[in-house]
Design a protein around this ligand. Structure first.
Ligand code: FAD
Length: 581
C-alpha cells in the first residue's frame, strides 16, 4: 500500500508515524512545503520571547530522524500543487531543484493546515508587518527584532496568538499596543471573563484599543503609521497581525473535494472526504461540534494529533474508528493569568438559541488556610432541563489547567452538573480543598437547577440604574462586611452584613425584587436562603458577586492612559506632531 501525506507538521507527521507502526510494509511519503517537519508551532511565541532559548528545541523531529526510526520518505521543500483523483496521483513542485513531478498514491492524506489571514488593508505589504504561523515567520520576526531593536509593537487581534505575542514581546522590553475590533479580547470567552483579562493587561502596562480596527498602514522612514478606524493614528516600529486563520483548502477545492460553509474540507466521522481514497485532518477540516451540532474549524494542536491516529488506523484497518468531534478546549498564558475554556460560551448558546443557565463563581486554587491560596473565576453553562454541562471558562493564576481539563472531560462524556459534584479529586491543602472548585461549581449548579438559588447577571442589571445612580427596578442588598462595603459598592444598595441579617430583616423593603451580593457569591447565597424562607418572593444572587460586577463596570480598554500626545489640525490624535498629515 502506498500512502501519500500532504503536510508534515502536527496532523501529517502524527498520521505518518502511526501508519508505520500499523503497517511495516507500506510505502509512506510525506510532502512538506517548508523546510521543517513536526516542529513546535505552539512554542514559537515562547522562542521569540526568549523562554525557549535554543531554536533547535523547536524541532521535535527531522526528516533524517523520521527516516531512521520510521522509514518514512520525507520530502521537504516539496509543494503539492495538484491532485488528480482519477489517476490517483499528485503533482509536486520540488522547490530546491525547481522541477515538477508526478507521484502516485493508493491513499492520500491531507493535513495542509491553515494560513494566517492577511486582509487587503492598504499598506499591509509594508516592511515590519508580520504574521506568525511557521518557522520562517518566526525567523523573520526574530531577525527584525535583533536588527531594529523595536521599542513599540502593535498587535492586531487579541486571540490566543496575539496575546501570547503581546506577553513575549513585553518581557523583552517592547511597549505593546493591542488593537482589537471586538469589544473584548479572546472571543472564546464571555465578556465578564474577558473583563478580568482586560484589567490584568492594564496592570502590565499594555495599551489596548477595543472596538477599533486598522484602516491602513503606512511606512514613514523607520516607523509605521497605523491608522485606526476611529481616526487615531498610532506609530510603531513593527506590527504583528493575528486576526485568525483560514483553512489551506485550495488543493482540495481544485480537486473537487467537498468544501463546507466555513471553508474547511468536509469529512465524515472516519475523517474521510467525499473521495473514499482521500482523508483529511487538522486545521483544514470542518467538523460538527458535538454540543451545538453546528460545523466549524477548530485550529488546535490536540485535535490534529488525535485525528492523525484515527486516520492512520482507519487507513490500515478499514473505517473502524470514529472521531467524536472537538469541544474546543483551549488554554493560554496571558502574562500572570491562565485563561482557559471548553465547550460553548454563553454568547454562542444565545446566538444558537440553545436554552441554558449560566453562573460565575470565585474559588481558591487550594485550601484557604494553607498559605498562598489564590482565587480563580469559573463560569459554567448548563442545560436547564437536563443539567447537561455545556461549557466552562476559567480565568485565574494557578490550577486553572487541571480544572478546565476536568470540565472538558465531563462535557466530552456528555456529563451533567451532578457529575461535577461527584468528581473525586486528589486533595491535600497545598493542592486543593476538600471540595474542589469543580465540585463547588456542581453544587452551585444544582442549587440553581433546583430553584434554591436564582442567579442574576451583571448584564441583566446594565439598564436598571437611572441617572441619579439608583435603581427603580431592584433593591440591592450588600451583605459583605463594613470594611468591604467602604471600598466600593453598587450605587443605592442597602448594606447589612450577612451575619446581622436575621435581626435586621425588617430594614429590607418588600416592594421590589432583591438582588443580593457579596464579594464572590457564597454569603449572598446564605442570605438568599434566609430571605426566601422569610417569604421574600423575588430574590436574586448576583452571579460572581461584586468582584465580577466591579471588573465589568470598570473601563475595559485603556487608550486614555497612553493616548496620543498631540491632536492635529484634522482633529486626529497623533503620537507625535511629526506624523500630522
Ligand atoms: P500544521 O501543523 O500547520 O501543518 C501543515 C503543514 O502543511 C505546514 O507545514 C505547511 O507548510 C504544509 N503544507 C500546506 N500546504 C502544502 C502543500 N500544498 N504541499 C506541501 N505541504 C503543504 N494549538 C494549540 O492547541 N495550542 C497552542 O498553544 C497553540 N499555539 C499555537 C501557536 C502558534 C504561533 C501557531 C501558529 C499555532 C498554534 N496552535 C496551537 C495551533 C496548532 O499549531 C495547529 O492547530 C496545528 O499545528 C494544526 O495541525 P495541521 O497538521 O492541521 O497543520
Amino acid at each position: 500500500m502506498k500512502y501519500v501525506i500532504i503536510g508534515g507538521v502536527a496532523g501529517g507527521a502524527t498520521t505518518a508515524a502511526r501508519l508505520r507502526r500499523n503497517d511495516e510494509s507500506a510505502e509512506i511519503i510525506m510532502f512538506e512545503r517548508g523546510d521543517y517537519i513536526s516542529y513546535a508551532n505552539c512554542g514559537l511565541p515562547y522562542y521569540l520571547g526568549g523562554t525557549i532559548k535554543d531554536r533547535e528545541d523547536l524541532f521535535v523531529q527531522t526528516p533524517e530522524k523520521f527516516y531512521d526510526s520510521l522509514h518514512i520518505d520525507v520530502r521537504v521543500q516539496s509543494e503539492v500543487t495538484a491532485i488528480n483523483r482519477d489517476e490517483k496521483s499528485i503533482m509536486v513542485r520540488d522547490l530546491i531543484k525547481d522541477r515538477q513531478y508526478r507521484e502516485s498514491y493508493d491513499k492520500l492524506v491531507l493535513s495542509p493546515g491553515a494560513m494566517a489571514v492577511r486582509p487587503p488593508i492598504p499598506g499591509i505589504g509594508s516592511d515590519g508587518i508580520f504574521t506568525l504561523r511557521n518557522v520562517p515567520d518566526t525567523d523573520q520576526i526574530k531577525s527584525f527584532i535583533d536588527t531594529h531593536k523595536p521599542s513599540r509593537v502593535i498587535i492586531v487581534g487579541a486571540g490566543f496568538i496575539g496575546l501570547e505575542m503581546a506577553e513575549n514581546l513585553h518581557i523583552q522590553g517592547v511597549f505593546v499596543t493591542i488593537v482589537e475590533m471586538a469589544d473584548q479580547v479572546m472571543n472564546i470567552l464571555d465578556y465578564e471573563m474577558a473583563a478580568e483579562v482586560h484589567q490584568h493587561l492594564k496592570t502590565k502596562n499594555v495599551e489596548f484599543y477595543l472596538n477599533d480596527g486598522v484602516d491602513s498602514f503606512e511606512r514613514e522612514n523607520n516607523l509605521l503609521n497605523v491608522k485606526l478606524k476611529s481616526g487615531r493614528i498610532l506609530q510603531t516600529d513593527m506590527v504583528i497581525l493575528s486576526i485568525g486563520v483560514r483553512p489551506e483548502n485550495e488543493l482540495a477545492k481544485k480537486a473537487g473535494l467537498e468544501i463546507g460553509k466555513t471553508n474547511g474540507i468536509v469529512v465524515n466521522r472516519f475523517m474521510q472526504t467525499n473521495d473514499p481514497d482521500i482523508y483529511a485532518l487538522g486545521d483544514v477540516i470542518e467538523f460538527e461540534n458535538p454540543i451545538s451540532g453546528t460545523t466549524g474549524i477548530i485550529p488546535l494542536a490536540g485535535p490534529a494529533n488525535k485525528q492523525g491516529r484515527i486516520v492512520a488506523d482507519n487507513l490500515v484497518y478499514g473505517n473502524t474508528k470514529s472521531y467524536p468531534g472537538t469541544i474546543a478546549t483551549g488554554i493560554a498564558k496571558v502574562f500572570d493569568l491562565t485563561v482557559a475554556s471548553t465547550g460553548l460560551p454563553e454568547k454562542a448558546l444565545k446566538r444558537l438559541n440553545i436554552p441554558y443557565k449560566a453562573f460565575v463563581i470565585h474559588a481558591s486554587d487550594h485550601a484557604g488556610y494553607y498559605p498562598g491560596a489564590i482565587p480563580m473565576t469559573i463560569k459554567v453553562v448548563f442545560a436547564p432541563r437536563t443539567g447537561k454541562l455545556l461549557g466552562a471558562q476559567i480565568v485565574g493564576y494557578r490550577g486553572v489547567d487541571k480544572r478546565i481539563d476536568l470540565f472538558a472531560t465531563i462535557i466530552g462524556m456528555n456529563g451533567t452538573i451532578w457529575d461535577l459534584q461527584n468528581i473525586e479529586h486528589a486533595y491535600a491543602p497545598p493542592f486543593s480543598s476538600a471540595k474542589d472548585p469543580v465540585n463547588i461549581a456542581g453544587f452551585v449548579a444544582e442549587n440553581i437547577f433546583d430553584g434554591k438559588s436564582t442567579h442574576i447577571h451583571w448584564c441583566d442589571l446594565a439598564e436598571t440604574h437611572d441617572e441619579t445612580g439608583l435603581s427603580s427596578k431592584y433593591t440591592f442588598l450588600d451583605v459583605r462586611t463594613l470594611e468591604e462595603n467602604k471600598q466600593g459598592t453598587i450605587p443605592g444598595s442597602i448594606h447589612i452584613p450577612h451575619t446581622e441579617l436575621r435581626e435586621r430583616i425588617h430594614e429590607i423593603p418588600r416592594d421590589k425584587p432583591i438582588v443580593i451580593f457579596c464579594a464572590a457569591g457564597l454569603r449572598a447565597y446564605l442570605a438568599e436562603r434566609v430571605l426566601m424562607q422569610m417569604d421574600f418572593h423575588e430574590v436574586y444572587n448576583l452571579s460572581g458577586g461584586y468582584q465580577t460586577y466591579s471588573q465589568v463596570s470598570l473601563k475595559q480598554s485603556n487608550e486614555d492612559i497612553y493616548e496620543g500626545y498631540y491632536i492635529g489640525k484634522d482633529d486626529a490624535i497623533y503620537q507625535s506632531p511629526l506624523n500630522e498629515k
